[in-house]
Design a protein around this ligand. Structure first.
Ligand code: GDP
Ligand code: IMO
Ligand code: MG
Length: 430
């Protein structure tokens, strides 16, 4: 049996959605296992664009099961809005093809407000979050005062759970000079949407177990990227979940031995949205060029993404931390017009050469990238579907990247379109 986990190897927006959609052709089940609607995954299929936030990227294909696992935090209103939006594009969403874990924690309006209040108050030290309430919702989950999907099934239970959560939040809100939240109002609002969401609720661990025994193929779809991981990323400028592949097991309810191949998605350059260290950031014309050609604007918040050269050191670190078996290199075409292309191969820290990202924020801000320069190919690679048809300089560049990061480039993406992808090694047949 072959199950595949897809994760981002940089700071998110690597093109996970495109690759998950492309690979989902070979999968039976597609599962999101962490994050929430901070994610924005874009699929382009025959010219039609789909932007997904909470729904797994397999939802657009017929006869596939899409699952939202227990590790995801769900804003019920955002989810219903997304379902409505995708249905309006002719995609079917029913309890037959969408299943949501009963134990997934909910993002409620006070989480979103807390996220916003903190960001506004922090001014210079702000994280630059997506302001969706992700952090506060995960805090409540770990603080054992979260409200889970099945809590919506009983009014009495919901009332108790809300009272518990609000006793905590209202105290903080009072301290911040904000109005307190009324249990009754929120309960009413939640009970109104409860049936719409509860119809998808199931014990996901059990369903996965059943599918596994039938040897169905599972594709685990990560959100964000390893450098935004709460443990392994550029802390505190990270998201509030573990984004590494092992999270696929805890976030859906199966063992780590259910994952047979870990595919890291890597952009041919680097982008980052929000604040935090970014050693290879380019604040010059080349950075602008990458942003313009790569259309680097956030799917969720429309913020301009910061752009820079490919950081081989960081990608190699992500590969080692999360056990990535091979990478899908995306957006190669964005480099087409450049005279020279650079990859960071080490850092200078106080005059010493180091080959990893130091752990303190202070050092992360201080390091200077050491680059290897490649000659550009100055011709279009857009839509190329065969490695042999890539310009020689592009082939050379890819081989060098592969050698440096130490794992195979198993696929290459040359445009946003689903099928403009070069397959080198099939993760499902590895
Ligand atoms: P995700 O969050 O990792 O799923 O990535 P996003 O969807 O947020 O951002 C990736 C963007 O790049 C999307 O607009 C994709 O349509 C686009 N994209 C993906 N692969 C390619 C590619 O190979 N070439 C180009 N030019 N665009 C791509
Ligand atoms: P996908 O799945 C890029 C970033 C935010 C911010 C930090 C914390 O589309 O790759 P949060 O709202 O999670 O508390 O914000 O993480 N961030 C992302 N950046 N892609 C994402 O998701 C992201 N999800 C969160 O910009 O810097
Ligand atoms: Mg995205």
């Amino acid at each position: 049996m072959k199950n595949v986990a897809v994760i981002g190897s940089q700071w998110g927006d690597e093109g996970k959605g495109k690759i998950v959609d492309w690979l989902s052709n070979k999968a039976d089940i597609i599962i999101r296992f962490q994050g929430g609607h901070n994610a924005g995954h874009t699929l382009v299929i025959d010219g039609t664009t789909y932007k997904l936030r909470l729904l797994p990227s397999g939802i657009v294909r017929k006869n596939k099961i899409s699952i939202i696992g227990n590790g995801v935090v769900i804003d019920p209103w955002a989810l219903l809005e997304e379902i409505k939006e995708i249905k309006s594009k002719g995609v079917e969403v029913t309890p037959k093809n969408l299943i949501i874990s009963e134990t997934a924690n909910l993002i409620l309006p006070f989480h979103k407000e807390m996220d916003e209040m903190r960001e506004d108050l922090a001014k210079k030290e702000k994280i630059g979050t997506t302001r969706r309430g992700i952090g506060p919702a995960y805090e409540d989950k770990v603080g054992r005062r979260g409200i889970r999907l099945m809590d919506l099934a009983s009014e009495k239970n919901l009332e108790n759970r809300l009272a518990n959560a609000l006793s905590h939040h209202n105290l903080i809100r009072k301290g911040m000079g904000k109005q307190i939240f009324q249990n009754d109002n929120l309960k009413k609002d939640l009970l109104k949407v409860a049936p719409e969401i509860l119809k998808y609720a199931q014990p996901v661990w059990k369903i996965i177990d059943e599918y596994r025994s039938k040897e169905k193929k599972i594709l685990f779809e990560g959100a964000q990227g390893v450098l935004l991981d709460v443990d392994h990323g550029t802390y505190p400028y990270v998201t509030s979940s573990n984004t590494v592949a092992s999270s696929a097991a805890t976030g859906s309810g199966c063992g780590p031995n259910s994952i047979n191949y870990i595919l890291g998605i890597t952009k041919a350059y680097t982008t980052r949205v929000g604040e935090g260290p970014f050693p290879t950031e380019l604040k010059d014309q080349i950075g602008e060029h990458l942003g313009n050609i790569g259309k680097e604007f956030g799917t969720v918040t429309s913020r301009k993404r910061r752009c820079g050269w490919l950081d081989g050191v960081l990608v190699r670190q992500s590969i080692r931390i999360s056990g990535i078996n091979g990478i899908a290199l995306t957006k190669l075409d964005v480099l087409d017009e450049l005279d020279n292309i650079k990859m960071c191969i080490a850092y200078d820290l106080n005059g010493n050469k180091i080959d990893y990202l130091p752990s303190t924020l202070e050092d992360q801000l201080k390091i200077k990238p050491i680059y290897k320069t490649f000659e550009g190919w100055k011709t279009s690679t857009q839509g190329i579907k065969d490695f042999k048809n890539l310009p020689i300089n592009a082939q050379k560049y890819l081989k060098e990247v592969e050698k440096f990061i130490g794992v195979k480039i198993s696929s290459i993406s040359t445009s946003p379109e689903r099928n403009d992808t070069i397959l080198i090694e099939d993760p499902f047949n590895f």
